[in-house]
Write a protein that binds this ligand. Structure first.
Ligand code: ZN
Length: 78
């Protein structure tokens, strides 16, 4: 009976170690990418909202298109 209990504990420990190893390996790869692609950012030229993945970054500002990167930040104060 005692031996069976030790065997059960070893099996539980093995399962726990495998789960911990796989859990640590998978989510960090997916979570940050999903979060950044869903995040909405605003174009400093026209003020349109778009996903970060589709935005263009130039000189620390966010733009919706190459056209607005060329135009630069809007002069119109809002
Ligand atoms: Zn724009």
């Amino acid at each position: 009976m005692g031996r069976l209990l030790i065997l059960l504990l070893i099996v539980l420990l093995a399962v726990w170690l495998v789960r911990r190893a796989t859990r640590r390996a998978e989510p960090p790869r997916e979570a940050p990418a999903a979060r950044t692609s869903e995040e909405l950012v605003r174009c400093v030229q026209c003020g349109v909202l778009l996903p970060r993945a589709e935005a263009r970054m130039a000189a620390g500002a966010i733009y919706c298109s190459e056209e607005h990167v060329r135009l630069g930040p809007s002069k119109d104060p809002r």
